[in-house]
Design a protein around this ligand. Structure first.
Ligand SMILES: [Zn+2]
Length: 293
């Protein structure tokens, strides 16, 4: 992807030098991630571990529950590398690009786009959705309307998920910005309201596939900057971070009822649809029968 010399966003908050004070970790975020990745069984296992830890005096529940969004941060000296600085420049350009494309697309359908902020943090960081943890990968918090990323995720994308390349990295940001778009349109809120219902996982899959579609839509409007192999890079990332791929890596088997993001094939298909269409009107993952997504 051609990106050097292009406009940089002013909405990136470089928080790499801000360190969270100890004892402000929140369990809410961990629960969300475990649920997302392993379903209810994973949550039970987490609860059991927590109980044992508490009984043995290893875990202080008051400290865990007390922190979260309030988290105190201290400013520390942060030593970056030239490679990481370049990565920071890169995500700043990608964010600017999503701002331009979504502003135009919202205007086209008579709406007004509000740009999100992108927070670049290291390791752990307080958010309105609980403590962000680098191990969860990049995420979007609807409560503060910010995208969070620890740049070290790009190492794991390359090594653990075998999805190297700058366009794979850009796709990840575009997917999270897709969740911001869904929040602005009120779609995320409708899905959140289904939490606790038996078919909630299905709604979650529809939401995730739509975010992949929206990432594809972004790629559609970026065509003039694409280089050979870019689309394959994004598809490889979508392929590697599908629920089935992650489950077979972490559990050795696949259980579709615990899917919250969709299979690799579905994720690639919806990214591709967005790439071909480029129109928000066609992001109809909620209208299609679940079995034909
Ligand atoms: Zn997502």
């Amino acid at each position: 992807m051609e990106w050097k010399g292009r406009r940089q966003s002013t909405n990136v908050d470089d928080a790499r030098g801000r360190k969270m004070a100890a004892g402000t970790a929140s369990i809410g975020m961990i629960i969300q991630v475990v649920l997302r990745m392993f379903g209810a069984k994973g949550l039970l296992a987490l609860a059991a571990v927590g109980l044992i830890g508490w009984q043995m005096g290893l875990i202080d529940p008051a400290a865990l529950l007390g922190g979260g969004g309030s988290g105190q941060v201290t400013e520390v000296e942060y030593q970056s590398t030239p490679e990481e600085e370049e990565l920071l420049q890169f995500v700043t350009v990608v964010l600017a690009d999503t701002e331009d494309i979504w502003t135009r697309e919202f205007q086209r359908v008579g709406k007004q786009y509000q740009v999100p902020e992108l927070v670049v943090f290291r390791s752990k960081y307080p958010t309105a959705c609980g403590t962000g943890d680098a191990r969860m990968g990049p995420f979007y918090c609807p409560a503060d309307r910010k995208v969070y990323i620890d740049l070290s995720f790009y190492d794991s994308l390359e090594r653990e998920f075998s999805a190297p390349g700058d366009f794979a990295q850009a796709y990840v940001i575009a997917h999270e910005v897709g969740h911001h778009v869904q929040t602005l349109l009120g779609i995320s809120e409708q899905v959140s309201a289904k939490r606790g219902q038996p078919d909630y996982n299905e709604y979650s899959v529809r939401l995730e596939l739509q975010a992949d579609y929206l990432a594809g839509l972004w790629a559609h409007h970026n065509k003039q900057y694409l280089q050979r192999g870019d689309i394959e890079e994004a598809m490889q990332a979508a392929n590697q971070i599908g629920d089935d791929a992650i489950q077979s890596r972490t559990q050795g088997k696949i259980s579709p009822h615990a899917f919250t993001h969709g299979t690799s094939e579905q994720r690639m298909r919806w990214f591709n649809r967005g790439l071909e269409s480029g129109r928000i009107e066609d992001a109809d993952t909620f209208e299609q029968p679940y079995s034909s997504l």
